[in-house]
Ligand binder design. Structure first.
Ligand code: NDP
Length: 504
């Protein structure tokens, strides 16, 4: 064990510098260097993490490659892989409190949020364990009747996975659970801001009995570790969660060796409230959409589209609730918003507040760093009204607690504003009119649409983006297909010979 992390309710800080997990062994970076993981609430370093380089990435990919080409995992009966995955799920249950506490120290998100996510992790592994022994193949009823034709679904091979810092182990589960079920091997590079939970998770994976080399973790920053990973010719598939700019870089690097890529990227999701909606429920959903997790969520409902007849009342309710939000220590269960995850993130969010003010939007509440936290990374819940959809605060992902309110008249204008965005990750619609719901849903350009709800995600429901929000799907059985090749098999049945110069 590399980590001596205390159990729930106590300090989860590791006592010694951490090590990476490669080929079933705990190892330092080749360079011997480490970097500090900073707790965004205290501003203090709380763990030392190995600073890997391309040489370490190469070791990890080679370990995964060997495990895939020669090891038992892809050959193992699905039912046996499922058994190991269920053991992993049970161990995750036992260690959920500790994992949640580590993630709070890493990224400053609320314990109540991260405890919920940690409690959900085992369900991802249970769900995909249920699929591991049902992958098999399919006999095709081909029109080529002189052939017996079937298709096999086979693991794609070695997966290189790169994740963002906002929901660290959940973003890993989106990728790893289906990849394990499919029989793939895996190299993870977590965000440099949230490496500690990935390393503790690796201990649990090993304890569950996942064979050596099937799951590997390399830690470090994007350019020095992420880029060599996605560029590595030994990686057969890249699974990425992060920003659009990095996603494009990753896709280009993977294209050099034609590895398929799934991209879960950012959003600027509209939360559309019609005049006939339950205003109280809608206001609650708007708050959940933008202030939960300090708005540091890919599906943040950062554009509130409010129909004019209820615009003022809705804004009043949302602003009122925003002003009551309890800011403080993320470990405190009463806290509703903690600090942002790191200093550059705070600078970016405050920069966008300046942009909004400069563009002529009206600040209805917030916009400042609350004085009582000194130079802590806090931002007041912020609402801009009189926003035009052409403004930067309506077009660009802020990834912070900043809401842009845009008025509209009628369904056609709502759709036009909602879809007028480079992104297409999610959308919310609040109305009591069932016919309107079914008119809106097919026209909204978004991978997820919530009706009278917001920010609900589950392991059994496909998730992913339209447009610049990415491609590929995670979760549900569609998420499993990302990790499978299809092999078509033709067995000649008649014994006849054929014209060799004609396509058969
Ligand atoms: P980034 O794009 O900055 O980073 C994402 C990951 O990519 C990190 O692990 C980062 O490493 C790594 N990375 C950075 N540069 C490179 C590179 N050149 N090659 C390979 N990897 C690299 O995003 P953030 O971490 O800031 O995450 C926030 C973004 O993620 C938001 O846009 C958000 O919407 C999106 N997101 C999308 C989700 C979805 O499912 N659609 C879910 C959650 C977040 P490091 O940080 O260590 O440098």
């Amino acid at each position: 064990m590399t980590m001596t992390a205390a159990k729930a309710g106590t300090d989860p800080s590791p006592r010694d510098p951490l090590r990476m997990f490669i080929g079933g062994e705990w190892t330092e970076a080749r360079s011997g260097r480490t970097f500090d993981s900073i707790d965004p609430y205290t501003g203090q370093a709380w763990a030392q993490v190995p600073e890997a380089s391309a040489a370490d990435v190469d070791r990890a990919v080679s370990a995964a490659r060997a495990a895939f080409d020669e090891g038992p995992w892809p050959q193992m009966a699905g039912v046996e892989r499922a058994r190991i995955m269920r053991r992993l799920a049970r161990l995750l249950e036992e260690n959920a409190d500790e994992l949640a506490a580590i993630e709070v120290r890493d990224n400053g998100k609320l314990l109540r949020e991260m405890a919920g996510q940690a409690a959900l992790l085992p369900e991802f592994y249970d769900y995909f364990a249920g699929a591991a022994d049902k992958i098999g193949g399919e006999v095709l009823d081909s029109a080529k009747t002189n052939f017996f034709v079937y298709q096999l679904f086979e693991p794609v091979g070695v997966v290189g996975a790169i994740t963002a810092w906002n929901s660290p182990l959940m973003l890993v589960a989106y990728k790893l659970a289906p990849a394990l079920a499919a029989g793939c091997c895996f190299v993870l590079k977590p965000s440099e801001h949230t490496s500690v939970s990935a390393l503790r998770f690796a201990e649990i994976v090993a304890e569950a009995g996942v064979p050596d080399g099937v799951f590997n973790v390399v830690t470090g920053d994007g350019p020095s570790v992420g880029e060599p990973l996605v560029s590595h010719p030994g990686v057969d598939k890249v699974a990425f969660t992060g920003s659009v700019a990095t996603g494009i870089r990753v896709a280009k690097a993977a294209a050099e060796h034609l590895a398929p890529v799934s991209l879960e990227l950012g959003g600027k999701s509209p939360n559309v409230v019609f005049a006939d909606a339950d205003i109280e429920a809608a206001a609650n959903g708007v708050v959940a959409g933008i202030f939960a997790a300090c708005g540091q969520t890919c599906v943040a409902g950062s554009r509130l589209l409010a129909e004019r007849p209820i615009h003022d009342e809705l804004v009043e309710r949302v602003v009122g609730r925003a002003q009551e939000i309890i800011l403080g220590n993320p470990m405190d269960l009463a806290t509703e918003m903690g600090p942002l995850a790191f200093a550059a993130q705070w600078d970016k969010v405050m920069g966008y507040i300046d942009v909004g003010n400069g563009e002529g939007a009206e600040l209805a509440t917030g916009g400042c760093r609350p004085e009582r936290f000194g130079d802590g990374l806090f931002v007041e819940p912020t609402v801009f009204v009189r926003v035009d959809n052409s403004m930067r605060i309506a077009r660009e992902e802020i990834f912070g607690p900043v809401l842009s309110v845009i008025p509209f008249d009628g369904e056609a204008e709502a759709l036009s504003i909602a879809n007028d965005s480079p992104f297409g990750l999610a959308a919310g619609v609040w109305t009591r009119d069932v016919q309107r719901v079914h008119r809106m849903v097919p026209r909204l350009q978004a991978g997820t649409v919530w009706i009278n709800a917001y920010r609900t995600i589950n392991y059994d429901v496909p998730f992913g983006g339209y447009k610049m929000s990415g491609h590929g799907r995670e979760n549900g059985l569609e998420g499993l297909r990302e990790y499978l090749h299809t092999k078509s098999v033709w067995v000649e049945m008649s014994g006849a010979t054929r014209d060799p110069f004609k396509l058969g």
